[in-house]
Design a protein around this ligand. Structure first.
Ligand code: SAM
Length: 280
């Protein structure tokens, strides 16, 4: 249905809005994203009872504008994800990273720490959790925790709940589905929830990778930061990778998306295989 008035996003206003998005999140929106931005913000304008994108700019620049900038970034960011996305990383985790990490950690009575740094709606950190829990069934006696962070509060709310449609868990192997998810019944038919025994190992927190201090414990053994750096320019990618590398324990691993290149970035990590880097 057509709205009572057509809200038009001019090129100039798009530039102002996309600069604000960049300053807040380093997400770079090219001019080809003008209609995407207009579409994603239109509903927000209606909620705020605003007549134009120019009025929205005034709100963003007002004294309480920073909360609204956060809201705008949340609406603009692309949150697409799925269970077992880029499955080679999870095979690497169970077949190479965990076998190498677990014995020395157990000997030193140190917990295993993993971080999903762009966790979106939770599919990635829960897949990591399944891999770790499954591995530790045959190597018990190690404490472990996954910190799952994202800039989007909206996505973190979904992630914390851990409720997914049966369709979205199609890629989860059946034995893991049975072991780590509870199928909904009655009014909850068609969805399933990650079991509390697994959820208790995850901590969800809103973190912008560029905020002044990253509130994530140092000495992470595995960091997944996948399919977010494609939205950053090279200097921002470099900064993000350097910050992540600093928080890695020696011998720890950084996983990036298959289409994300760390070429031209001075990160000091050793490439292990596609999208996997190790701190030596
Ligand atoms: C496409 S999803 C990737 C999800 C998951 N890592 C995967 O590979 O399936 C990208 C996520 O990055 C988040 N994001 C974008 N900019 C960010 C920033 N500056 N700091 C933290 N998270 C950010 C978005 O909110 C979004 O949920």
């Amino acid at each position: 249905m057509k709205e009572p008035f057509e809200k038009l996003l001019s090129g100039k206003t798009f530039q102002i809005l996309s600069d604000l998005v960049y300053q807040h999140s380093r997400i770079r929106l090219g001019s080809d994203k003008q209609s995407l931005m207009a579409n994603r913000l239109r509903k927000r304008l209606s909620i705020l009872n605003l007549e134009s994108y120019e009025d929205y700019c005034c709100v963003l620049h007002s004294p309480h504008g920073s909360d609204e900038v956060e809201e705008m970034v949340d609406l603009i960011s692309t949150n697409h994800t799925r269970f077992y996305r880029e499955p080679e990383h999870f095979s690497f985790l169970t077949q190479q990273a965990l076998p190498a990490l677990v014995q020395p950690l157990r000997a030193a009575c140190t917990p295993l720490r993993l971080w999903s740094a762009a966790a979106s709606s939770g599919e990635e950190p829960y897949t990591m959790a399944i891999a770790v829990a499954d591995f530790l069934r045959s190597h018990p006696g190690l404490e472990w925790e996954i910190v799952a962070t994202d800039i989007s509060r909206r996505m973190l709310t979904v992630a914390r709940e851990g409720i997914y449609s049966m369709d979205s868990v199609k890629s989860v192997p059946l034995e893991h589905l049975k072991c780590y998810f509870k199928k909904g019944i009655g009014v909850r038919t068609g969805v399933c929830r990650v079991k509390p025994e697994l959820r208790k190992h995850l901590r969800f927190e809103r973190v912008n990778l560029f905020q002044p201090h990253l509130p994530v414990p140092a000495n992470q053994h595995v960091i997944f930061c996948r399919n977010v750096m494609i939205y950053f320019d090279l200097p921002s990618r470099a900064l993000a990778v350097q910050r992540l590398a600093q928080l890695l324990a020696p011998g720890g691993y950084l996983m990036v998306g298959h289409s994300e290149s760390l070429m031209g970035i001075n990160h000091g990590l050793h490439p292990v295989q596609q999208g996997v880097f190790q701190k030596t």
